[in-house]
Design a protein around this ligand. Structure first.
Ligand SMILES: NC(=O)c1ccc[n+]([C@@H]2O[C@H](COP(=O)([O-])OP(=O)(O)OC[C@H]3O[C@@H](n4cnc5c(N)ncnc54)[C@H](OP(=O)(O)O)[C@@H]3O)[C@@H](O)[C@H]2O)c1
Length: 435
């Protein structure tokens, strides 16, 4: 058998400690698949303390960058996190000396992916990141390798378990957003400051990585239009249910006549679609390729063991001598991401309105829609709550046929100006073709 592959693991938190355990538990299996043993020879963390892990024989480095420079390791595994700081410095150092890198760090890739892909190629040091998107779901390899023969039309996914947990719990148990968010924090599914997750930014980072692999873009998180789930109410979930949909926070990268759209927003997904059936903390990604058609991967998008599973797969690839450009094609051939304004998006829309309770109000709204050639697929007038009745409004839900974002926003702005609609209209895009 070949010489063992010596791993230096930076970060032994949730993912790192699961990886250390996996390496020990699966020692024989990994060696058989990789053709050589994969052993932990060094690790780094902020504090040297008992972690209930068997770290005997592995050298501790206080400084992760010093470990990246050490002659005692053959692979640098980065599991610290953070776009900048020590993780980025250490990874740069490892690649510059030709050391393969495995990372789970989507924030760093979203911010610096291209800056890291170039030295990875120049120095012949693979940069693998299966764990960075979808946790244990093998979506990176699927896009980069298994579907390399396809022109990708669309990648759409539930990429944030916190949001999916909150929306699922709201829907299943009829509990308001705030209650579900508090519960998600208590269960450890949401951070103390959940803005990054519920605001859609974490999903945007992951989508930008997937779009790079799918469409050959330089990663550009700023090209992603982002809306979070904060405005979703139980009234929206109930109306979606009645109309045959579920509301999911989706990241969608899709080729359109105007370029590749990259967008993250709450989305109406038909209940029959695999994405709609993905509940709780699970993640799912649907990919539409011209040759393969549509396929969906579903699984655990976070958690120590699931994420360590993806890290271990990358380690085995390196042990086998696999050498691939980080984003599936030479870094120099990656092109700028398209910037398609959301106003140009075309699709169906769900709209919930507080309509003033007086004759002619609905007619005025319909007229504003008609002026912009927006045709309605469904109209549902809901029973007014006591508060709504007291305020003199009636809740109305509309579903449009295909139109543009510019048209629907314009029509609604005019309806508000006309005084027939109170409050900000709720607008949710419908993803008709999602698998
Ligand atoms: N958790 C998940 O489910 C999950 C899923 C997919 C991807 N990821 C990604 O995996 C990475 C790690 O996440 P995690 O949840 O495992 O984080 P974590 O539990 O917070 O662990 C971070 C580890 O990094 C160490 N660390 C922090 N600053 C350091 C420094 N300056 N030098 C050396 N070590 C340092 C910490 O040391 P101490 O232990 O001494 O504090 C800790 O061991 C992140 O990029 C994250 O986005 C996580």
């Amino acid at each position: 058998m070949a010489e063992p592959l010596r791993l230096g693991v930076a970060g032994v938190g949730v993912v790192g400690s699961s990886l250390v355990q996996l390496l020990q538990r699966q020692r024989g299996g990994l060696a058989a698949r990789a053709g050589r043993e994969c052993i932990l020879t060094a690790y780094s963390a902020r504090h040297r303390r008992d972690r209930g892990l068997d770290l005997d024989g592995a050298r501790f480095f206080e400084n992760a960058a010093a470990m990246a420079a050490s002659a005692e390791i053959d692979v640098f595994v980065e599991l610290i996190g953070g776009a900048d700081g020590v993780a980025y410095e250490a990874v740069k150092k490892a690649l510059a000396r030709g050391l393969p890198v495995v990372t789970a760090n989507k924030a760093m890739l979203a911010a610096h992916g291209l800056r890291l892909a170039a030295p990875s190629e120049t120095h012949g040091a693979p940069l693998f990141f299966e764990a960075a998107v979808g946790g244990g779901i093998p979506v990176i390899k699927t896009l980069r390798e298994s579907l390399a023969g396809n022109a990708i039309k669309r990648v759409s996914g539930i990429l944030n378990g916190t949001c999916n947990y909150i929306l699922s719990r709201m829907e299943t148990d009829n509990l308001p957003f705030d209650v579900c968010l508090t519960e998600a924090k208590r269960l450890g599914y949401a951070e103390a400051d959940p803005t990054f997750d519920i605001g859609g930014f974490d999903t945007a980072h992951k989508l930008a990585i997937l779009a790079s692999l799918a469409f050959g873009f330089k990663i550009d998180a700023a090209a992603v239009s982002v809306e979070g789930i904060e405005s979703i109410t139980l009234a929206d979930l109930a109306a979606a249910d009645e109309l045959g949909f579920r509301i999911k926070l989706l990241g969608v990268a899709e080729r359109t006549p105007h370029g590749v759209e990259q967008r993250v927003h709450p989305t109406m997904v038909a209940k029959s679609a695999p994405l709609a059936q993905t509940m709780g903390v699970l993640n799912a990604v649907s990919i539409d390729g011209d040759a393969v058609g549509e396929l969906t991967l579903v699984g655990r998008g976070a958690g120590g063991d699931a994420t360590a599973s993806a890290v271990a797969a990358d380690v085995i690839d390196i042990a086998r001598g696999t050498r691939l450009p980080a984003f599936g094609r030479p870094a120099a051939s990656l092109v700028d991401a398209d910037r398609v304004p959301m106003q140009r998006h075309e699709g169906g829309y769900y709209v919930r309105l507080a309509v003033v309770d007086r004759p002619g109000a609905m007619g005025a709204i319909a007229a504003r829609m008609g002026e912009r050639m927006i045709s309605l697929e469904a109209i549902m007038q809901k029973r007014a709550s006591k508060e709504a009745a007291a305020a003199g409004v009636v809740p109305v839900v509309l579903m449009t046929h295909g139109t543009t974002e510019a048209s629907i926003r314009d029509a609604l702005a005019h309806a508000v100006e006309d005084g027939v609609v109170r409050e900000k209209p709720q607008v949710i895009r419908i993803e008709r073709e999602a698998a």
